[in-house]
Ligand binder design. Structure first.
Ligand code: ADP
Ligand code: MG
Length: 467
């Protein structure tokens, strides 16, 4: 039974979370539809309850039916007290014993929101995740416009010129968090307004269902009740013409009655292939704002905030290391943090640089096949016959300064690191030093033939690695 559960779980969450949180679980018994699983620690248990409770309910329900229950047995923390230093403050939350021992998965009541013509709006669920709020949405250069537009909309839905508000950006950059923060803000400041969050995927599925059951009018009527419609990942509507037609109709109606529409997409509207022109032109009525990858400072702030809200202390140098190493998107950054916390808890080790490096190993290995900062530094140091450490040291010897400047130049050229992050990696120099270096190298290339040849030679090494 547990094996089947694991399969479903594995498919629904990322590989890394699965490995971290589900592989260490040992099923111990199954008696009268009660499945008991053994988890390594209290923290582990709390984490599962906090993050995976609905998933667990779902799989237990699927496997054991509505009578199914899940019980945890927790391996008692022993030997923590005397010899092992405990510098990591894990969150200590009191959980009622009844909850610890078991829970009854709720009877799944599936209600068709379209079945009745007279809908009491007070009973409608916004489908918002209450933890996505502005308070924990870190502001940075990468999201300033989108965030402030979102905040304006949150305070005056339907009455700003940002209607619709369209937020776009790559995966894991905070689109869903931001638009849900708008929804939550409105809900708490103007509770009489009906806010609805829906993913485009769900919207499509509901629509298809309503076509099958011949209840398209009910479907439309339901959406016309909404005061603030948040529709996530509209790229998913592409190619679905009938759904787009319905959306167009709803959009027009809501917009005309001064209702706020908020959308997200993984690319700018002009690149949304497979979406009808008349719909795209509507999107341009309001404001389109993008989210960029967070820069080094923002990543630092995000980690600090997460740690603070989880009640966990980690040393500054570890935060810097993580912020420096994981520069793709916020979701990945969070994934790394979670696995770091888990490893620290499982191995009863404090979080330090060594543990962090370990936790990141698989990610770093991935990037080593392309040109990254480390590779650039190594190659340039070798080429100029200086040590790797000297690039990061304070020394101002001429040949080292040149090598350092060249390495910075290539870092700017071949990686997506910000100037700040590059400076950080060269012994904590500031961004103006990096700008100066890049400028110096560019000037030398223009004026010094021999120097230019060396740069070209190095360039070849990076290019061959890249292709
Ligand atoms: P997207 O919808 O763009 O794929 P999400 O909104 O799901 O991204 O964000 C991924 C994760 O990163 C979420 O857990 C979210 O809370 C977090 N996150 C994204 N941006 C920020 C930010 N600026 N501050 C704090 N957390 C953020
Ligand atoms: Mg999203």
């Amino acid at each position: 039974v547990w094996g089947n559960c694991l399969q479903v779980i594995r498919e629904s969450i990322g590989e890394q979370s699965y490995k971290t949180w589900f592989e260490p679980i040992v099923p111990t018994s199954l008696v009268n539809n009660v499945l008991t699983i053994q988890v390594p620690s209290q923290f582990f248990y709390e984490w599962l309850e906090e993050h995976y409770v609905s998933l667990l309910k779902k799989v237990i329900f699927q496997e054991l039916g509505s009578e199914g229950r899940l019980e945890y047995s927790i391996i008692v923390d022993r030997g923590n007290a005397a010899n092992k230093p405990q510098t990591v403050n894990l969150p200590t939350k009191k959980i009622p014993q009844a909850v610890v021992n078991s829970y009854q998965p709720e009877q799944q009541v599936i209600r068709n929101p379209f079945e009745s013509k007279t809908i009491d709006r007070n009973y409608l669920n916004s489908q918002l995740n209450p933890s996505y709020v502005f308070e924990n949405y870190i502001e940075g250069d990468c999201n300033r416009l989108a965030r402030s537009a979102g905040y304006a909309v949150a305070n005056k839905p339907g009455t700003t010129s940002f209607n619709p508000l369209m937020v776009y950006g790559g995966v894991g950059l905070g689109k869903t968090h931001l638009v849900q923060a708008i929804g939550n803000h409105i809900k708490s400041h103007a509770p009489e307004k009906f806010v609805l969050y829906v993913s485009s995927e769900k919207f499509v599925n509901q629509f298809v269902e309503s076509v099958k059951t011949n209840s398209m009018q009910d479907f439309a009527n339901f959406y016309l009740l909404v005061d603030i419609l948040i529709i996530d990942d509209v790229q998913f509507l592409s190619g679905k013409e009938k759904t787009q037609e319905m959306f167009f109709h709803i959009f027009n109606h809501l917009h005309q009655s001064g209702k706020q529409i908020i959308m997200t997409s993984d690319c700018p509207p002009r690149d949304l292939k497979g979406l009808e022109e008349r719909l795209l032109s509507r999107f341009k009525w309001g404001l389109t704002a993008d989210l960029q990858s967070p820069d080094f400072e923002t990543r630092m702030a995000i980690i600090q905030k997460k740690m603070q809200s989880d009640g966990i202390d980690i040393p500054e140098n570890v935060i810097e290391y993580l912020a420096y190493s994981v520069d793709t998107n916020v979701r990945e950054l969070e994934g790394v943090l979670i696995s770091l916390i888990a490893q620290s808890s499982l191995n009863r080790k404090e979080i330090d640089l060594e543990l962090a490096k370990n936790a990141l190993k698989h990610i770093i290995e991935d990037v080593e096949t392309e040109v990254n900062l480390d590779f650039i530094q190594k190659t340039v140091a070798e080429y100029f016959n200086v040590t790797l450490d000297s690039l990061k040291a304070k020394t101002r010897k001429k040949e080292i300064v040149t090598a350092r400047q060249v390495a910075m130049y290539f870092a700017k050229e071949y990686t997506s690191h910000s100037l700040k992050s590059i400076g950080y990696h060269f012994g904590g120099r500031d961004h103006s030093t990096v700008i100066h270096s890049v400028q110096t190298v560019s000037d030398l290339i223009d004026t010094d033939k021999k120097f230019k040849a060396s740069i070209q030679e190095l360039q070849k090494k990076f290019k061959s690695k890249n292709s």
